[in-house]
Design a protein around this ligand. Structure first.
Ligand SMILES: Nc1nc2c(c(=O)[nH]1)N[C@H]1C(S)=C(S)[C@@H](COP(=O)(O)OP(=O)(O)OC[C@H]3O[C@@H](n4cnc5c(=O)[nH]c(N)nc54)[C@H](O)[C@@H]3O)O[C@H]1N2
Ligand SMILES: Nc1nc2c(c(=O)[nH]1)N[C@H]1C(S)=C(S)[C@@H](COP(=O)(O)OP(=O)(O)OC[C@H]3O[C@@H](n4cnc5c(=O)[nH]c(N)nc54)[C@H](O)[C@@H]3O)O[C@H]1N2
Ligand code: SF4
Ligand SMILES: [Mo]
Length: 743
């Protein structure tokens, strides 16, 4: 029984990193409120953060391993669950060999304290070579452009909103998302502050979102046209002789080549493809030229679209051409106190950016990953190399991945599926074994991902509110899963952890024996301590006086702010030349495809995605306070289109794409570009085999049945979830039930 207490910690759910105060009475988290003393968030919070107690106490949250026999689920002891997994794995290894396993990691893997630090060890030990993740349904194009331009896939420039004069957002809606690959305590508040000090905000999005409504200007371009739009801006910058590299002069390769390229992309030429007047592009170019400091930012709308890599690349190109990269008020790189991501996830130098070919579709793995949409066909297509065993962790691809209808049909074909997840949901219901993580209130937390995207260097360590004693340490569970899949079920987990830790220490230039002697306690906190000590502000194990260690954070329940961002270009780049590559050959190879699109005919109706403040991808719909009220899973459409298709507000409509059909209620909304319709993702909870009662009662429809798996941003392999051609009609004219994927 936990004593009554009031504890200060960080909400782990998104990049806002809000400090919260959790009040515990009688063993229950009775309230979760904003912590005004939190040094980072200063009392900021959103409705999701207040549900951390509800999440912990959710009766549907799994507390023990679950085993499936046919359609029947049973709670099991940890030993029993591991035995079952061992038997299933052995069977697959015997019948199909060690390479019949694949893995799919999801968004919450970065938030789960243990998975965020141990999935690397788990995957390495498992020997799994086919790795998929929600990364290719999200930011993979940005990883690719950062890798090729700056030599590191996580060296992603972040807008310095607090010091800029002009904030330009392409395809992001922080009013709902709270910011992404951009950690800020309050993006909307900072936008208000910017406008109050005379600056401007421009939002470029096919939908006039709440963010766009809070801006000075909304540019409602056509989905997928950002790259052409930005090439048009670059064309004007060169034509006006206004390119200024500033302090990056001499650190950038490819300027002449870029000048040649953009000659072919005049605003007049690209305007039709963008669906706006050429003057809008020229005006924005002029504004960038005449504004002292501008911060250009692109998010999901620029990544999960047809030209994701070209658009992601051009965002940073424009920052460079206007002298706004790596300077205050422009876009800058962070200096995380604990560079865990770099330490754990950095691509080894000798791994090519593009390698191999997928068995069925023949596409390469980019930055070590095949497109998420390949997984269904790799499971379903017989032949040597077919996936027979699958490990999913903190992922719900049956709702979140493209062509999810096809995936839902493929998952039952697996001979062994193990899921590390806290719910029996649309994905994990196909598993044979589910192994839950502790809840967020049962785990220690340190935001290893969000600080990476934050222009303030700081940290906040939150010890568990409800320490767990009745289950094995989660890091041991994760390591053991890797060992079992790797055919070494009796591996010594302690030795594995020490070996892993030694390798991480060596990679950070630290004598591993000394590091182990200094930090003998195994587990995720030891890895965090290593990251802090070897980070930019660390003590390097006693070498730097006053340097930080994990202990520096332990007695700071309101977190610690360490330093603001500073320019970093002089530190050099990990590219072959040591300079920024403005024109990577792989990225340029996609320009002919864009040139063809400039003259192609448009589909009459395309679908884009949207987010809502009270939702988090697919998995927080089981919290009553977040889902009650008006149905949010609607198709939004402009009244002009509604009139064209003879539809009225509230009609149930059948929405069809090349991959499937769903039925969804219509919501007429004139804050959307005619010809574009929008739906939220992560819904479609009607499957009776799941154990998420509240979500089932607010089921909605799964938009990713409509995302064709073959639609990818060609060079990164990232899913195209925006700009999907669809047809719509009143559902009662076509009385079919929601159907799965049409092959
Ligand atoms: N159409 C469309 N589709 C999209 C998007 C879109 O904009 N439009 N966005 C895409 C993006 S950006 C992303 S990131 C993906 C997200 O896609 P996923 O990562 O596949 O899906 P999530 O809904 O985040 O699912 C998180 C899973 O983690 C589990 N979970 C929650 N907490 C924990 C924990 O502490 N430990 C463990 N082990 N499990 C936990 C949940 O039960 C759930 O199964 O969706 C993508 N899909
Ligand atoms: N409340 C809440 N917060 C979240 C999440 C959530 O599900 N709910 N998910 C988290 C995750 S995993 C992520 S990755 C982030 C995402 O963070 P954001 O990118 O800020 O999220 P979205 O609200 O999806 O905004 C994408 C915008 O792109 C627009 N768009 C669509 N197509 C195009 C296009 O071709 N060009 C342009 N310029 N715009 C386009 C859409 O209309 C939409 O407004 O949010 C995170 N935060
Ligand atoms: S904004 Fe993000 S971090 Fe803050 S309370 Fe909401 S979900 Fe949690
Ligand atoms: Mo995401």
């Amino acid at each position: 029984m936990t004593h009554d207490s009031v504890q200060h910690r960080t909400c782990p759910l998104c990049e806002g990193m809000c400090g919260v105060t959790v009040t515990v009475e009688g063993g229950r988290a009775v309230t979760v409120r904003p912590n005004k003393q939190d040094r980072w968030s200063l009392g900021h919070i959103c409705p999701k953060g207040t549900t951390l107690g509800a999440l912990h106490h959710d009766p549907d949250r799994l507390r023990t391993p679950m085993i499936r026999d046919g359609n029947e689920w049973k709670s099991a002891s940890w030993d029993f669950a591991f035995d079952r997994l061992e038997t299933l794995v052995e069977g697959v290894r015997e019948r199909h060999g060690p390479h019949a396993f694949a893995a799919y990691g999801g968004n919450m893997a970065g938030k789960d304290a243990t998975l965020s630090r141990y999935s690397g060890l788990m995957l390495a030990t498992s020997g799994i070579q086919q790795v998929y993740s929600s990364g290719t349904v999200d930011q993979h194009p940005k990883n690719l452009s950062a890798m090729l331009m700056f030599g590191n896939e996580w060296k992603i420039p972040i807008p310095d909103l607090d010091h800029t004069d002009l904030f330009v957002i392409f395809g992001g809606n922080p009013a709902a998302s709270k910011g992404s690959i951009f950690s800020h305590r309050d993006v909307m508040g900072a936008m208000r502050d910017l406008r109050a000090r005379g600056g401007r905000v421009i939002v470029i999005d096919p939908v006039r979102t709440q963010t766009a409504r809070s801006a000075d200007q909304w540019i409602g371009l056509k989905p997928g046209s950002d790259a052409a739009f930005m090439l048009g801006i670059a064309h004007v910058l060169f034509a006006r002789d206004a390119v200024r590299l500033g302090h990056l002069d001499g650190l950038v390769d490819g300027l002449d080549r870029l000048r040649e390229i953009v000659t072919g992309f005049s605003p007049q030429w690209v305007a039709h493809h963008c669906g706006i007047d050429a003057i809008v592009i020229e005006n924005l170019a002029d504004e960038l030229i005449h504004t002292e400091r501008s911060a250009i930012y692109g998010r999901i709308g620029t990544c999960t679209q047809t030209f994701g890599t070209l658009a992601s690349w051009m965002i940073d190109v424009l920052a460079i051409l206007t002298g706004n990269l790596d300077r205050q008020g422009g876009s800058m790189w962070s200096r995380p106190v604990a560079p865990l991501v770099d330490m754990l996830a950095k691509l080894p130098g000798d791994m090519p950016v593009v390698m191999g070919k997928s068995r069925v579709r023949g596409v390469p793995a980019v930055l070590g990953q095949f497109p998420a949409s390949c997984m269904a066909e790799e499971i379903a297509t017989p032949g040597a190399g077919q996936i027979k065993g699958l490990l999913t962790f903190a992922a719900n691809p049956a709702l979140s991945a493209p062509d999810s209808g096809k995936l839902d049909q493929a998952l039952p074909l697996l001979e062994c599926m193990v899921s590390l997840d806290n719910y029996l949901n649309e994905t994990t219901r196909h598993a044979h074994v589910i192994l839950p993580s502790p809840s967020f209130l049962e785990s220690a937390h340190y935001d290893m991902w969000s600080w990476v995207f934050c222009l303030t260097s700081g940290g906040h360590y939150s010890p568990p509110v409800f320490p767990v004693t009745d289950r094995p340490d989660h890091w041991r569970v994760v390591a053991r899963v890797g060992a079992i899949i790797g055919g070494k079920p009796s591996a010594d987990i302690d030795a594995m952890d020490d070996g892993y830790f030694r390798a991480l220490a060596t990679g950070r230039g630290i004598d591993p024996a000394m590091a182990i002697a200094a930090l003998p306690d195994r587990g995720p906190d030891r890895i965090l301590d290593l990251a802090i000590r070897t980070g930019p502000f660390g003590d390097r194990f006693g070498l730097v006086a006053e340097g930080l260690t994990l202990d520096s954070f332990r007695d700071q329940p309101d977190g610690l702010i360490v330093a603001p961002a500073v320019p970093r270009a002089h530190e050099g780049f990990e590219t072959a030349s040591g300079k920024i590559d403005l024109t990577p050959a792989l990225i340029l190879s996609d320009l002919p495809r864009l040139e063809r699109a400039l003259v192609a005919n448009d589909p009459s109706l395309v679908l884009v995605s949207r987010r809502h403040l009270r939702s988090l991808n697919s998995w927080m719909h089981n919290i009553d306070t977040l889902v009650k009220g008006k149905d949010r899973c609607t198709l939004q459409m402009h009244s002009i289109d509604a009139a064209t298709y003879g539809l009225a507000n509230g009609d149930l409509v059948a929405l069809t794409s090349a991959s499937g059909e769903i039925h969804v209620p219509l919501e007429i909304d004139d804050d959307i570009r005619p010809g574009v319709v929008s739906m939220p993702h992560g819904w479609g909870h009607s499957d009776p085999q799941t154990q998420i009662a509240i979500a089932q009662a607010h089921a909605g429809a799964n938009t990713n049945i409509l995302s064709p798996g073959m639609m990818v941003d060609v060079i990164s392999g990232n899913a195209v979830l925006n700009g999907i051609p669809v047809q719509v009609c009143k559902a009662d004219l076509q009385p079919r039930e929601t159907i799965g994927a049409i092959a």
